[in-house]
Design a protein. Structure first.
Lengths: 383, 383, 383, 383
């Protein structure tokens, strides 16, 4: 039995890895070790930990690592604190491999602890290109990793170009698409999402259509976070349909984003926005599938929504460079342009989606590779 | 005035950056901020901090960050602790750019703190290829950095291939060569190195030639550290000339290496080895220049010695992949082969050296680029 | 010049030490070193740092140390992170003495760093008795400290009984009373506190009287924090006068308290409560002096308000054991009893206050003792 | 079943708690949770962890926490790092009580993590009086603890005087005496201690008597550590019997002590000293029982040796204030006085020992109290 240790640090990371966890648990040659840390433990960011436990996964260690503060200093400190404690956890759990997910800033701690401790590191979602600090983190993690599970051929090509050995890179698709595929099997909305998931804001009626917003601060532009979210709030407030707004991740600037949202809520009394913090990944995708479309700068709009065919208005630089499907309209931070883009482009699912980020079976593919591939720790640039 | 913050974490890193520090101090548009941390503060690893202060540099912060332990876990923890405290230091010092040196494991903390805090990161010695964890660290740091000061055309080509923008990569040579160049101007040995620098071991007479040994544990092979150093000890002990042995860096496995050395010293009474811990970078190069040659796995043998023309026997995988001059003979961990390689190849400087790692003016070149180049924090893979 | 390093970790701690900082700055034989950390840096808890800078104090180091989380685990981690970084700061600043304030959980880090580093530790407000974790922290800090500046004879007697040497304990009064004394010289309200200090809530008119509420979670009862604050909210909401509510400190349970407040604000639309986060210490006391009285469990009600003569309704166990003046009415967590206590007892300042916590000149007394007393690090139980 | 979590941070702490661990394991109502950290994990300080595992105890977590450095700064940082990680460990293990041992500087981390997390804290060996930083740590830990297991009536009286509630303080004796009692049942020496336990130094013959030395640096005098140990080395080197010297604990100053020992070993070739690092607690006591006597400043000389009747020469201030039996001779740091005291007083066991630190059944007593006493977290000064 190979012990595979997965470190989950945020709500969206759990969505992206859930089907891999399932597949590891079902694989006869693999044993799952699960560490939950950083914002995945915090109520303020949607308590991913509660969903993980509800889904029946056993958690080996919980590690609080988010250092509180207004800015970027604490992103670095959070990463350092996570690194210290992941080293202890790995030393106690003795995994055969660690799996790190995507490109959030704190995930580099997993890759460093693993690689420094001579534990092979597997990385999901390398080789993509975006804006923001994620770009640096993603490629640095690639250079620390031994196995690469990428979303598509473009990502594969980039990882190879960066000098990784071809026999360590695999196009598995992104496991977040697996959940989207399950959604397609039974796409009905939860009966009453507001009742089930709580939240705050204006009472909304979803029967005649609605939009979903998910908007994160961009760390390299964090001083502008408040202004940016305010443009988005203005745009969606002028639209004559309910808005379901999902609270952003922890990040430098999230306080700017949060303040923008709070100020809006204080000042604009009769708005049409309901705010959610917690949602199960699958219900979230169902909500998207039944919506008129998604607005903001979340990667969900680019990835899962391309598979589902949900139209998206993508705002600003955060997803810059990511491979796009035909569902995406890109736009800058001007509220009237955003409004116009929403009204013209977001009309709900019209056509079938595309497989550019996976075909719905990534979880099993990744588990099989984890069970079968040779584990190595040494590597060297191919040129 | 641009504030350039340099973080020095080890004795050899100081040697590699000293002329850059001088050049920053002399440049009218640059102000130096200096942080000394990790093994650079520890007596056991040669107290680089003492040399830095003797050389007249003002230190802004000292940060103890080495977590003690036998193995790899504490390498990760040391890096995490350094990251936490560097974030605080950068937040208090507010540098315009941070400079990180080469590829020791703890240097990634500097690159992460800088990049996460939206401070541009400059990296010296990217694009080289070696064995060990250094390989992963070096390229990960490249992916986190905004300016790259590389040693030679080969390194330049690799950094470009990894997807860095060409206008951010500069062939400056390695500043360690600058010190070697100064040595050539006045290459006489210090009058009595043992008197000046202390140390322990068998009394040795340097007048009829001697060898220098510098041997580090290889972190990805750390369980073998003791065996490996024992082979080296056996080999040099059978040679009929004095050996000047320099104590290794802090690294997982250094305890294995240390134990091997201590056991040898307990058991082999009439040996010919003198052990040093502390040496000024320039006196160390003078000692090399006047020696029969260097033995071990230090990068000095590959870099500075290629410039000086000092012949070298390089043992094992640690320098695997690094560009070599004609001064280097590679050999495995067998004591009789090592001995034979020493006797055949190490006959002191015979010819002029090569410029493959620089021409002796890297410090000024780097300082000029730090003063003149545009500072950016955003970047994106070029493909 | 003796270098006195003061560590401020929270908004109320700044209020308690401000006049000492002034007196140190004015004393010819003392030099002030100032470190601001923990919740004193966080917007969410009133950004004490902004007031400190506005008041013209120079800050030597800012240290973010609050680890985010729902409960008690992160109180311990916050203290550990503070301890690590205070050690570095003290090593760089090299103070002759460190001054630690009162009994918040994170202040023990200052006392440990100082005492372990052979720096004498001076403690303000030892020897008092209260409920909650503060009780343990306060007396543990006493055992780590070398000089004790206590509020009154009762506190003095307790410190002596605990085994401290009498020539190291001084009744200086509490410096928070100094600010209260300055308030009495010119007690007029700021022209429009809501305009000046912002905040959120129901618009209130202060011209016909108002109450002030300050209510903190009790860490040893932290699961009940939400219920407790809800009783207080209910009680004050039923009163026909404006309520000025001050946001609580960071503490385990503050999320419970915060949630209680947020839920109340969502559900009770036409309430009479205005919520403040930020206030200068002096304006806060003026606000109290001109109010009908104070409600909650803040030590301000016991200390400053006894001096000012402001009547107080003190709820629950948090101030249990603290010496009281005749201004205080104690009550449990029942909203109708709280309401009744408010209506019967809070009628504004009627008589002159009492000096049980000081006479208004504590800052100068403490500065003089810091300048004149012998500094020792060794001590031994007196029995 | 009550879960009792014991944190062991050093070799001597293991000796002091071993019989408690046995008794907890044998008690039907108690479950043992064991955390090993700090110097207990380090080879350099005798790898207590190896003995713990050999003795069959299951370790739940290993936590590397010693930050390396020459001085006192790193004592504080080590404590902070331990505190951070103990909080995580307690949060994952969820003990019903934590047990902290004696007064080493890093043990305060256990007491803080426990008390801040609302876990009751039990403390062994409170109420004693000594010199050095231990004095401050011990009493601060008492103020953070809820149950006190003290060695004797004097210690009991002091804990009560410090304001602890009488029904929480118990005279159990010190569990280190339990091991001494077992030694008396079968006091024969291990057949060849040098063969069994290794070490370095001059070959010694134990058949005609020998002395044992255990000498620790005193943290509040750490700059003098080297001089002090040198006086001891000189004194014992002039005596015509073998010396068995045990390597000191990790502490600021241990590098000074280590350097003093290393310098002596380099310079004095024909000495009579053998140096040990590792020893099982019981064999160590047997070695003492069969020796001429013990020299140095270890508490073993005061505690276990009073029970065994082994004569002791106690040097310097480190044990100042501790209750003494008639076996102890106190002396300052002058090598000729030390020599003279050894020759006059150390003649091996002559009479039966005294029970001032326990009667040999402390382990069971403590386990019973842990099983039966009410666990409380709140407390308040009794005066």
């Amino acid at each position: 039995m190979r012990k595979v240790c997965v470190v989950i640090t945020a709500r969206p990371s759990y969505s992206r890895i859930k089907t891999v966890l399932d597949a590891i648990n079902q694989h006869p040659d693999l044993a799952l070790q699960l560490i939950v840390s950083a914002s995945a433990l915090l109520d303020k960011y949607g308590s991913a930990v509660d969903f993980i436990e509800e889904d029946g996964f056993e958690i080996n260690e919980k590690i609080y690592s988010v250092v509180e503060g207004e800015g970027l200093t604490t992103m670095a400190k959070t990463t350092g604190l996570g690194l210290i404690e992941l080293a202890t956890a790995f030393n106690n759990l003795k995994p055969d491999i660690v799996l790190t997910i995507a490109d959030r800033y704190e995930t580099i701690a997993t890759a460093i602890a693993g690689s420094y401790m001579n534990i092979p590191v597997a990385h999901v979602q390398g080789g993509e290109v975006t804006g923001s600090i994620d770009e640096k983190v993603r490629h640095a993690v690639t250079k620390l990793s031994n196995l690469h599970f990428v979303s598509n051929q473009t990502a594969y090509n980039r990882v190879i170009k960066m000098g990784e050995e071809p026999n360590t890179v695999f196009i598995t698709g992104c496991p977040s698409i697996d959940i989207a595929a399950r959604v397609l099997e039974k796409p009905d909305l939860p009966i009453d999402p507001i009742k089930q998931y709580g939240g705050v804001g204006s009472k909304v009626d979803l029967t005649n259509g609605y939009y979903v917003v998910m908007h994160h601060p961009v760390t390299t532009e964090y001083r502008m976070a408040r202004e940016q979210v305010t443009e988005v709030l203005k745009a969606v407030n002028e639209i004559n349909k309910p808005i379901l707004w999902f609270w952003p991740n922890v990040d430098a600037g999230s306080d700017g984003t949060s303040k923008g949202i709070r100020a809006f809520r204080e000042n604009v009394e009769n708005n049409n926005i309901w705010f959610f913090k917690n949602f199960s990944p699958m219900d979230f995708l169902k909500l998207l599938y039944n919506s008129n479309g998604i607005i903001g700068n979340s990667s969900v709009a680019i990835r899962e929504c391309s598979f589902l065919g949900v139209p998206a208005v993508n705002i600003g630089t955060r997803q810059m460079g990511r491979t796009r499907g035909k569902n995406v309209t890109d736009i800058g931070y001007n509220h009237s342009e955003i409004k116009s883009a929403i009204l013209h482009n977001l009309k709900g699912v019209q056509t079938t989606g595309e497989n550019i980020y996976g075909d719905g079976a990534s979880g099993e593919k990744i588990a099989s590779l984890l069970a079968e591939q040779e584990y190595k720790i040494d590597k060297i640039l191919t040129y």
